[in-house]
Design a protein around this ligand. Structure first.
Ligand code: FES
Ligand SMILES: [Fe+2]
Length: 409
């Protein structure tokens, strides 16, 4: 081998770490404005968590880890960001559901989401585009597009070519979040996310937000809510007097928590509603009056984004809110390592004490353009079910206590 003419000292300085970090930061789908102060459920900076996750995904890919045996992106409304994180006249490049898009907020305050690429010569509107009124202006030759994707101005020509529009994505600003509608076949929304009164009630305030990324599939994460035995093993509490019912694209669950340590028979009832494949809100009464919302979005194949907002009544002291949020984070942080390392089984080995997992999966199938054959236990075979009617279940404690290993503490 001939001598290399340059000494090692003259080699270009290759900063691998900052290069990869720049790549991850460019693709980071979470909140950008540090002022929001979002933490992950593990504590720490969401951006740092996303970098770690991206490295882990690369290793998983190198190791040939199989993706989930489910459609990558279900159809429905998904929380794509905190509303307060998109400033007036801000333009942002995003990759959502495997597609490049541009998100911007017009002068009126209304947010818009369009396909990213300008039909003129293909510039990305999110990289250098500017807002003018309700339009986003392309950074290349300054064509303008309004919030419907219509081209409204070609500054150097009287001619606006036919078919010069860009696809506009349905977008809603609701409950402190921006929701985008994804549909694999491009169908328009046929249901809506509810407006929660706590967000407009001056008697309540947003006490905290969280943003966490991890590897999972949204169906697997939402399934956790009906997986009754795991509550005892992973979270050290039982969901008692569970009522679970489906209503079109929504399922509702009411239950009381009985902790392993202090058995509070008079615990207040908790009401949780899941609207579509990726949005759950849980209302609390009594000493923790408020609502916690969880937006669960498959931002990339295998990459899951959790956006949480906690809204409490103003009478509840800050330290009580903080303790409640930390408790919630602890529960999520307990589940995430399991999700990140598990397989999704289309034919799980269920018992009659597993809760309505099969019914849940049938419900979730409505969000796939092609339903997936999964689950194997009919709900009528479930034990502990006190009453069954169409899509409605009433269940007692999920697990026989004396036979649950690891729950003695
Ligand atoms: S590429 Fe957008 S205006 Fe030319
Ligand atoms: Fe859980």
């Amino acid at each position: 081998m001939p001598d290399h003419p340059r000494s090692r000292d003259s080699m270009p300085d290759f900063d691998f770490e900052s290069l990869t970090y720049q790549h991850f930061d460019d693709n980071y789908p979470g909140p950008r404005h540090d002022a929001l102060g979002a933490k992950t459920v593990f504590g720490g900076d969401p951006r740092e968590r996303y970098r770690q996750l991206s490295l882990k995904r690369m290793l998983d890919q190198l190791n040939g880890r199989a993706p989930a045996p489910l459609p990558e992106f279900p159809n429905g409304w998904f929380g794509i960001g905190f509303a307060s994180d998109l400033e007036p006249q801000e333009v942002r490049a995003l990759n959502l559901f495997g597609q490049d898009v541009v998100l911007y907020r017009g002068r009126s305050g209304e947010a818009h989401l369009l396909d990213a690429y300008c039909p003129h010569l293909g510039a990305h509107l999110g990289h250098g585009g500017k807002v003018a009124g309700e339009n986003v202006v392309c950074p290349f030759h300054a064509w303008s597009f309004d919030g419907t994707g219509q081209c409204t101005n070609v500054p150097y020509s009287d001619e606006i070519p036919a078919d010069s529009g860009i696809r506009a994505w349905p977008l809603r600003e609701r409950n402190g979040l921006l929701f985008a509608w994804y549909h694999a076949e491009g169908k328009e929304p046929d249901w809506e996310i509810s407006e929660l009164p706590e967000f407009s009630d001056p008697g309540h305030r947003i006490a905290g937000i969280r943003c966490t990324h991890f590897t999972s599939h949204v169906q697997d994460v939402v399934e956790n809510g009906v997986d009754l035995p795991h509550f005892r093993v992973v979270h050290q509490w039982d969901a008692d007097q569970v009522e679970w019912s489906t209503h079109g694209p929504e399922y509702r669950m009411a239950y009381r928590i009985e902790t392993m340590r202090d058995k509070k028979r008079d615990a207040p009832e908790i009401h949780s509603t899941t609207q579509g494949p990726g949005y759950t809100f849980t209302t609390f009464a009594g000493s923790l009056r408020g609502v916690s919302t969880h937006a669960m979005t498959q931002v990339e194949p295998g990459v899951f984004q959790l956006l949480q907002i906690y809204v409490y009544h103003k009478d509840i002291p800050d330290d009580a809110c903080e303790a409640a949020m930390e408790g919630s984070s602890y529960e999520w942080a307990s589940d995430i390592p399991i999700w990140e390392n598990k397989k999704i089984l289309l034919k799980p080995l269920l018992t009659a004490d597993d809760g309505p997992v099969s019914a849940y999966r049938r419900w979730f199938n409505q969000f796939y353009s092609t339903p997936v054959d999964q689950g194997d236990v009919e709900e009528k075979a479930l034990r502990n079910v006190k009453e069954v009617s169409e899509g409605r279940f009433l269940m007692g404690p999920a697990v026989r206590r004396e036979s649950t290993p690891g729950a003695e503490s």
